[in-house]
Design a protein around this ligand. Structure first.
Ligand code: MG
Length: 401
């Protein structure tokens, strides 16, 4: 398939004309291929618009410049598309999966997900990957003919990136050849899905450093102990010397993150880091594909995972992730917010379970009240959850907001 001058889809890419199709067959669109159409359906969905007011790491009211789930999803799409074009993978499909990958996330990031999972433990649990699939398969209600967005198999395969055997068995009971089947039989998803999974990790590792420094929770001096950051920080500093060695006053030598010149140094460091990660994925994955030589996407699905970082870069990324876990995600200021967020979600769950009529009728009339409560809460933005919490409990959490 031609993607324009010099760009042809590789044999091992997901070709839109050979899609496994939609659960409810639809006539082809006159001007778009099936994966462009998936991406457009995702962009127009209600769940996508809500991502702008959902926490990535920092709760929405903590600042206007921190990543939200929406900007995170756009950054994942940017990273994944850069690699996809270089590897001649299906960019439209990669974009669709990237934009949809976090649609099932609760308000308040992982704290919200953990709290909802704990509340749902007696009722089948709550898992954000499954919920993302549930959003695009059932919860979006925009079409006369079906619930959900009726996406192609390939987009749904990418969205369901993890799934327990128990949940996979439940999903396969409804749809034996659906995207959950590989969690029972083994195998990989297509390369586009593998790519978005790695792009997610690369994007959050990079942008969480930026947000952490901006918030003052991470210190550049500590980050010098993380080789992946230190290397590019040094190079950026050297590049700054080369640009204007004489014009630099003492104030501009200030720590990164604490002065405008420091912010530039952070950006110059992180853009080098991100480019290095993208180049590493391209090189390592090209090598892996050349050695596996899959004939087509079905051969990809039967083989080992092929989208990867080099061994040395993987170790460096893991070191960075451990640092971020200890220094940022477990920072007292973040965990304080986390505890409050858990309380909001837990209180909301019990309030709606006791009084389902407080929810819109759509979520009450499903025959499974706890699941309806989980669906309703999972769809909320941070601020709507806080407003509902205040309405139902009379308590004001995050009073400083
Ligand atoms: Mg993500």
């Amino acid at each position: 398939m031609s993607l324009g001058v010099g760009h042809e889809l590789a044999a091992w890419a997901c070709w839109p004309e050979f899609s496994r199709g939609r659960r409810f067959p639809e006539p082809a669109a006159p001007t778009r291929n099936e994966h462009q159409r998936d991406r457009d359906r995702i962009v127009h969905s209600t769940a996508f618009r809500r991502l702008v007011y959902k926490t990535q790491v920092f709760v929405n009211h903590e600042g206007d410049l921190f990543r939200t789930r929406l900007t995170h999803s756009l950054e994942v799409a940017q990273v994944a598309r850069s690699v996809a074009r270089e590897l001649r993978l299906n960019e439209d499909l990669v974009e669709a999966i990237a934009l949809a990958h976090d649609l099932g996330h609760t308000p308040f990031g992982h704290a919200g997900q953990d709290a909802l999972h704990a509340c749902m433990a007696p009722h089948g649990g709550f898992e954000h990957n499954l919920q993302s699939l549930r959003v695009v398969d059932r919860l979006e209600q925009r079409y006369f003919a079906f619930d959900g967005l009726n996406l192609t198999f390939e987009s749904r395969e990418g969205i369901l990136k993890h799934c327990s055997r128990r949940h996979a068995a439940q999903l396969c009971a409804d749809e034996p050849d659906g995207p959950a089947r590989r969690f029972l039989e083994g195998g990989q998803p297509g390369l586009e899905a593998q790519l978005v999974n790695l792009a997610d990790e690369v994007a959050y590792c990079t942008h969480d450093i930026d947000d952490g420094l901006r918030a003052g929770l991470l210190q550049p001096a500590e980050l010098h102990g993380v080789p992946l950051f230190a290397r590019w920080h040094e190079e950026a500093r050297a590049a700054r010397e080369a640009v204007a060695p004489a014009s630099r006053g003492p104030s501009e030598v200030a720590a990164a993150g604490s002065a405008p010149a420091g912010r530039r140094l952070v950006f110059e460091t992180l853009r080098r880091l991100l480019s290095a990660l993208i180049a590493d994925i391209v090189h390592s994955t090209k090598t892996a594909i050349a050695s596996a030589a899959p004939a087509d996407v079905d051969a990809v699905r039967r083989g080992p995972a092929l989208v990867r970082l080099s061994t040395s870069m993987r170790q460096e990324v893991d070191t960075l992730k451990r640092y971020l876990f200890d220094a940022l995600y477990r920072h007292p200021q973040v965990t304080r917010t986390t505890l409050l967020a858990r309380q909001v979600v837990t209180d909301l769950f019990h309030a709606y379970l006791a009084r389902p009529a407080e929810m819109p009728a759509d979520f009450v009339d499903t025959g499974d009240v706890p699941r309806g409560v989980a669906d309703y809460i999972a769809g909320m933005t941070d601020r709507f959850a806080l407003r509902e919490h205040e309405r139902l409990t009379g308590q004001r959490i995050f009073a400083e907001a």
